[in-house]
Design a protein. Sequence first.
Length: 84
Amino acid sequence: MDACSQYQPIGGTSSGPPSQEQVDDATRFAQCMRDHGIPMQDPLVSNDGMSIRISGAVDPNSSQFQQAQQACHHYLGHVGSSRS
C-alpha cells in the first residue's frame, strides 16, 4: 500500500468529489511543482476524488524533486482533509 500510495486519488475517495478548495489547492501545488522544474499535470477531478500526476520520468528521490516538494507542500493544506 505504501509503495503505491502515489497512485491513490487525492481527496474525497470515500466521501465523494473533492471540494473546490481542495481542487484549487492541488492546482496551486501542481503549478508550484512546475515552477520548480517538475513536469506535473493539473489535478484530474472525478466524482470519486482527485489525482495529480507527474508528466514523464522523474525520480522522486532526486534532490530537485525533494526540494520542489518541500517548497510546495504547504499548498496541500486542504487536500485530503474532510470537507465541511
